[in-house]
Design a protein around this ligand. Structure first.
Ligand SMILES: Nc1ncnc2c1ncn2[C@@H]1O[C@H](COP(=O)(O)OP(=O)(O)O)[C@@H](O)[C@H]1O
Ligand SMILES: [Mg+2]
Length: 246
């Protein structure tokens, strides 16, 4: 059996993609004992940094070009069963690379190869709708979309669905997740009430501390704390979703 690929994606930056990708990868490895790979595809390499690595030494794009085997860049992390395929700034040229390559399934093929060695692959995506994000959407079995509660929250999701609806090859299930939720705010409560079935990740300073500690939430907060419990609950929902689909 090959592994499943889960992308954390949004058109927007700063909505909690990287935080979620790292924490879901931690949950897969630690709570579900999955052989897990965090695949950092954002040239900002924030997930790479949080997981304690300094980047792929400008080799990340060459691996996509297949000038070198992507598996050779994979490194262990401080979390058991969690490995990292690191990013670096060379990935900023990925859109041009994909355009020139003209191979729409390149990333899906690499993901397929990697999935022979891992049960779960979590992809941290760059923001935007680009050749890179289209490649990622083709490679994923499930796409997690963090959404900050606001009257426009639904639209963020609709825009992605609309784009994907026009392209058969991009028909991958989306799972929206409310991110950075502050229940003291009336607007947040009102937005949540409109789609009460969307999972919720609360606003919590513990998540912000991950960047300084260079560790996933599970390594710096207690198992029963609200931030860890929210990640665990979301991860369970994702596992359930994956199980019903295969
Ligand atoms: N649930 C949360 N509560 C509080 N701060 C958060 C939360 N999620 C993310 N952050 C912080 O918000 C900023 C943006 O998050 P990040 O995960 O980097 O977003 P993205 O990858 O979408 O750009 C970071 O400083 C991060 O620490
Ligand atoms: Mg990010």
């Amino acid at each position: 059996m090959t592994g499943k690929t889960i992308a954390v994606y949004s058109l927007k930056g700063g909505v909690g993609k990287t935080t979620l990708a790292v924490n879901l990868a931690w949950a897969a490895a630690s709570l579900s004992s999955r052989r897990t790979l965090l695949w950092d595809l954002d040239g900002q390499a924030a997930a790479t940094y949080i997981l304690g690595h300094d980047g792929a030494g400008r080799k990340a794009q060459a691996a996509i070009r297949r000038d070198l085997d992507p598996a050779k860049l994979i490194a262990p992390t401080a979390t058991d069963r969690l490995s990292l395929l690191p990013a670096d700034e060379s990935l900023r040229g990925l859109d041009v690379e994909f355009h020139e390559l003209d191979k729409k399934k390149r990333l899906a093929k690499i993901a397929g190869d990697l999935a022979r060695g891992y049960d779960r692959i979590l992809i941290d995506c760059p923001p935007g709708l680009s050749d890179t994000s289209e490649q990622i959407l083709r490679a994923a079995d499930l796409v997690i979309v963090p959404v900050i509660p606001s009257p426009l929250a639904r639209r963020a999701l609709d825009a992605i669905e609309e784009h994907m609806g026009g392209r058969k090859a991009l028909r991958v299930p989306l799972l929206p997740v409310f991110s950075m939720v502050d229940r003291r705010r009336g607007l947040h409560r009102a937005t949540l009430a409109k789609t009460p079935d969307w999972p919720v990740i609360p606003m919590a300073s513990a998540y912000e501390r991950m960047t300084e500690a260079r560790a996933p939430i599970g390594a710096i907060a207690g198992r029963k704390s609200a931030p860890v419990a929210a990640v665990a609950a979301l991860w369970q929902a994702i596992e359930k979703r994956l199980a019903t689909k295969s």
